[in-house]
Each structure stands twice: as C-alpha cells, then as structure tokens.
Write a protein that binds this ligand. Sequence first.
Ligand code: FAD
Length: 474
Amino acid sequence: MNTPKVIHWFRQDLRLSDNPALFEAAKNSSILPIYILDDINSKELAMGEASRFWLHHSLNSLNKSLDQNLSIYSGDPITVILDIIDRLDIKEIFWNRCYEPWRINRDTHIKKELESKGIKVNTLNGSLLWEPWTIKKGDGTPYKVFTPYFRKGCLLSDEPRKPISTPINLDLFNDNNSLKDINALSLLPSTKWDIKMKSFWNIGELGANNRLTEFLNNGVENYKEGRNIPSKPFVSRLSPHLHFGEISPNQAWHAAQKKGDDNNIDHFCSELGWREFSYTQLYFNPELPKKNLQPKFDLFPWDKDEKKLIAWQKGQTGIPMVDAGMRELWLTGAMHNRVRMVVGSFLVKNLLLHWHHGERWFWDCLVDADLASNSASWQWIAGCGADAAPYFRIFNPVTQGQKFDSDGEYIRKYIPEISELPNKYLFNPWEAPQEELDRAGVVIGKDYPNPIIDLKLSRQNALEAFKTLKKVDD
Ligand code: FAD
C-alpha cells in the first residue's frame, strides 16, 4: 500500500522538535511541509518590518532542517491549500493552532471548507502551556488578574505537556508549484538595516535551543533580581524564538524546571505565565489590540503632538533612559523589559500620547512583536488593561535609570554622545552644571537634545488628565 500523503502547514511553529502536529503527521505518512505568507487575512495586523526580517531567516533555517523540502507560497491560505490538495491528491492536513483572532477566524473557515470536501483536518497545541479555554475561574469566567490566574488557575491545573522528540526519518516531498525560494517572499527590507540587526541574534531552531541552554547555564541564577538590569545578560532573550515557534514554551518550561526548585526558576516560569496570560486576554477580548479593556479610558484626553511622537520613536527626547531604550529597539529589534515599561510610561503618561502609537511602533520594530503580549502590555502600561498598572503609577525615567542602570553602562552604550558625563548627571544631563558639560564635551541642544518635556510638570498634567476619568467612575 502507498504511504498516504499529508500536509504539515507550518505557521508559528517553525521547528521540528516538540512540534505536536508535525509529530502526528509523521506517523505513517509522507509529508508535504508548507509555509504560506498570508498578508491577505491579516489586513492591518500584517507583520511589521522587523518580524519579516526574522521570518526570512527563520524560514531559511527551517528549510535547511527539512533538507530544502519546504514548499513556499504567498496568498490566501484557503486558495493555496485547495489548489495543493487538488493537484497532489492529498486527503489530510495537520497544523498547530494559532490564537490571534484573525487567525482563529481564518482557520475556522479553512477547517470547515476542507472538511466539507472530505479532507481530514488535525489541529493541535504547539504554542501554549495552557490554552485559554482550559483555565477558568470556579464560576466558569476567565481570570482577569494575573496572580490568581497563574497560581490558582495554571499551577493547580495539569502540568504543561512534556516536550516530544523530533520525528525520526521524516518522509518529505515537495511541490513543483512552490515559489522558487524564500527570497521570493521579499521579506527583507530594501535598505540594508537588517545586516546589523542580524548580528545580535542566532535565528532558527538551533539558535533558540542554544539561547535557552546558555541562559539556563549562565543567567537564570540571577534572574529574579537581575532581570531588571538592562545592561546585564540575566534575561533569556527567548521572546522572538518563542513567538515564531522556533522553540516551544514547554521546552523552556521543562528545561528550567529540571534545574531544580529555586526562586529564580519560579520567577522565570511565572514570566512564561505572563505570556500565557496575554494570550488568554486576547482570546477572551479579541479587540484587545484596539479597544481599551476599561471603557472609561475611551474618554481620556490624549494629546496629538506628532513632533513629540517622532522624537520618542527616534530616541531623541532628551531623556537618556527613554532614548537609550528606543535606540536599542531600533538597532537590535528588541528592548529590555524594564526599559519597555519606562519608554511606554513616558509615551502615554508624560507625553499623553495614545498607547496605540506605542503599540504600532513596537509592532513594526520588534522582532518579538506578538499581538497578544504587545497589546496586553501596552494596555497594562496605559492603565486601561486587565490587572493594569494603576494610571497614577508613572515611571520616573531618571530614578529608574539611577536604580536599574546605576553604573550607566546601558545608557553609555546607546547614547555615546553623553558617555563622558559622570553618573550623577548621566540620567538628567539638563541639570548638569556648565563645567561638567564642558568637561564631557556635551552641548545640550546640539550634541544631545534638550528634554522635550518637563518631567515634573508633565507628571502633574497626567494626574490632572487622570482625574477626568475618576469623574466617570463617580
Ligand atoms: P524573559 O524575562 O527571559 O522572559 C521569558 C519569556 O517570558 C519571554 O521570552 C516572553 O515570552 C515571556 N514574557 C516575559 N515577560 C512578559 C510579559 N510582561 N508579557 C508577556 N510575556 C512575557 N513580549 C513579547 O514577546 N512580544 C511583544 O510584542 C511584547 N511587547 C511588549 C510591549 C511593552 C510595552 C511591554 C512593557 C512589554 C512587552 N513584552 C512583549 C513583554 C516583555 O517585555 C518581553 O517578553 C521580554 O522583554 C522579552 O525578553 P526575554 O525573552 O529576555 O524575557
């Protein structure tokens, strides 16, 4: 009897190990591995530039692992898949589930359409430790606060699935109608900013696994405290690998758990829990990327100053901790979590610019841009999300710098023009006496901008604006 031919549709699971759908597909079948770039159903949520850069390299790496058998397409997946199954006489398809609302809608439609044509559709979980609908409160509603969600909901439910191995002797075939190669998807930018960015990462499944090993050997032991210090290598930097599925959260979770019972490990696992919580929020609030979870924020008197927005985007606000973060993002495609909170708070609270501007800029620039984590985090920062930072919690970028970058290493790395300033004025150069500025060779307003806003005054303005919301509550 001929081996049945099936499709494995790679989406956000660009790996061979611990890939439940691929593992199932490989049982007694010959597999056509496919990737479809779908810029049609995503509409305004199409991947940003930095994500496309990452995807290009991730697909190349996957294709190499598949002995160049990945068939590649661009277009509406339903049209592409119907065409493939017709031409190649395929009766079964496998994929790992995705959770963004537009993907859920698309996949539901595709599943229905394929099943109506007698095609067997197998969907599995390859991206989450706990799928959103499996963790609910006693009354059947979803959790809205992280700690009970994680401690009571997740940790008291089933342990996350143990990783499964890479299928051995994959029997693969390809499609002659595939695009010629990954370059045909035109994912790389026309101006070559990506070359420098690539030097910061090791993209692909092997790189992801090496990153996890390196972090567990030389990082996690300082995680709980060290994760707040942006100049130190005490965070995993796994987020883009997790987003594209080059590694599964199960692999990260269980590898960390194997290191033993320790506060640092627990804390790392709880951060993986924040990723799960973001997905839960998005699943139960499909409008999370656009709509304030707390409707009273719909009336918030946002400012509309485009010049300030551009200064923020370019890392030219004159506030070093903010500028260092925005420049790290521009250069590397990532930003340390502590600094994401500082720059986010500065945008929405000091500049009073709508969190959508931050969410969109991050979407375009982050290599880990993730609809769930990005939208949930921006809503958290703005104070309008579930379990959000209270609106009046306004990060002071000067004291944040003094506390978490006390030796100034992070700021000096990204803002060389002020690197000769002593630590005392590194976080607030506008307050440096003239002789210190002269000694450091800095002319404020020429070498480095004057602050675009008065931190104290803008804080007061934010609190005033917040009072208008309190009136809505009363
Ligand atoms: P680690 O500290 O090593 O944590 C391990 C993993 O846990 C991360 O890789 C990530 O998958 C998850 N994680 C950690 N913190 C969070 C968190 N607060 N929320 C959700 N998951 C978390 N993360 C993204 O993956 N994509 C985004 O688009 C994104 N946008 C953000 C926007 C803002 C304004 C803020 C404040 C945070 C955002 N985050 C986002 C969350 C967090 O900053 C990153 O996940 C983290 O910095 C990634 O670095 P790491 O892999 O070294 O994290």
